[in-house]
Design a protein. Structure first.
Lengths: 237, 237
DNA sequence: GATTGTGAAAGCGTTCACAGCC
DNA sequence: GGCTGTGAACGCTTTCACAATC
């Protein structure tokens, strides 16, 4: 039996949590936060599942990887669960991020504000284009990409965000890695080549749209060239 | 048995393609397009896999769902494969999209340009805030959200993009569905409730960062409170 | 009585390995 | 000889179903 010293990680915390579960924990966390704001103190897997758009068994399995933090016949204490998920996700402190690329997307990300609120303050935004250097985005002055190592070192940045055009993305990644960043969120439509130790996640907006296009095309009946739009009721599922 | 009229969809095209494969086809498509631009006429699964950052068996399995379009001992003809993937993804014609929300993200998406190039022209952008109506973003004038039904009907829009704050996202979804949209790309951190027939995909930037945070936290050693940053060489994987 | 936690079953997705074909 | 196409094996994820617990 693992001893619990101070409410901190028992053995459990060292066991690897399945990727699929890790990707859902942030969703549970947001919902639990909202529930806490509404003074809800206890929640069942059934209710949490409903709010998260998944099924209850999945919620219970997911939460069981964190430990046995529920009470049978009752449910989960919201505040405690928030604490445990935050701890597991490493959200007990802020993770400053640096954004590479001050184009449209970089500007939007810097100006978005939601990052900082959720524990990912923008420590800096850089661009290779001298013309963009000095302009202010979301309260952060754009600096030249050559200053990347300094920003990463002084602000203790572990996470880099690539918001450059596809052609510049590999260079951005190389610079981030050299500067000491160990995780990258890549918005460019490019497969990055980085050392194995670097964690990369990719968000490709065009890919998402193309997946939707596939489903639209299917419901239109495949090869038959239906004019898209307006009065569809659509297929079954 | 559906008859094959003109090199269009054989039986194969009606078979459902696994989700995981559908999500990779756009990646192959982009790479094949780049290869075509460089006058590459034929490509092996090995090479395509390398460029896509996956393994060769996966590429072959994925492509086999489209049909047997390769040549043993040789590889795949780039141009033909591009054609087949585009057809399967429904990219033989444009899919105009409408963006709801002209805040930071909506502006970035409208101004991005990459959408139109890849077959998803911005048919309109709407906001509920009168103050934003009339301003021009990426060549498109912002219109009031009440005009949504008109835009969807006249421009034959099937895909809606939600770029509102989380609190407004469900209302945006309701309006999109009422206007006749059948697919939604949701950037708001909210689980949408929509009719089953509506296809929804979600992109949550904060979730992606939190997944990275999880991995950073793990490499830092879990409960031990390591100052993030600078001179890490990191763990094994 | 209600609800969790979890083995076991079922379902998907990935990888292997090799027959089939050029 | 080289490379595709694919059954079979494997591993991960989801779902079921029920004993354990409050």
């Amino acid at each position: 039996m693992p001893n619990v010293v101070d409410g901190m990680a028992p053995d459990r915390a060292r066991r690897r949590i399945p990727d699929a579960t890790v990707s859902r924990l942030p969703v549970y966390l947001r919902i639990l936060g909202e529930q806490a704001d509404e003074r809800v103190e206890s929640i069942s897997s059934e209710r949490l599942a409903e709010l998260a758009g998944v099924n209850a068994a999945k919620v219970r399995k997911d939460l069981s990887y964190l430990g046995s933090y529920g009470t049978r016949g009752v449910g989960y204490e919201v505040g405690y669960l928030v604490y445990q998920i935050r701890r597991e996700l490493g959200l007990t402190h802020d993770w400053p991020v640096v954004i590479v690329g001050a184009g449209n997307l970089g500007q939007a990300l810097a100006g978005y504000g939601g990052f900082g609120e959720r524990g990912f303050p923008v420590a800096g935004i850089v661009d290779i284009d001298e013309a963009k250097v000095g302009t202010v985005l979301g309260g952060t002055r754009v600096r030249h990409i050559d200053e990347l190592p300094q920003i990463v070192a002084t602000k203790r940045v572990n996470i880099g965000v690539i918001a450059t055009p596809g052609t510049a993305a590999q260079d951005a990644a190389d610079r981030l890695v050299r500067a000491g960043v160990t995780s990258i969120l890549n918005f460019a439509p490019t497969v990055l080549s980085v050392p194995r130790a670097i964690e990369v996640r990719k968000v490709d907006l065009a890919v998402e749209l193309q997946i939707l296009s596939y489903h639209e095309q299917r419901r239109a009946g495949g090869s038959i060239h239906v004019v898209p739009g307006s009065t569809q009721r659509s297929a079954s599922a």
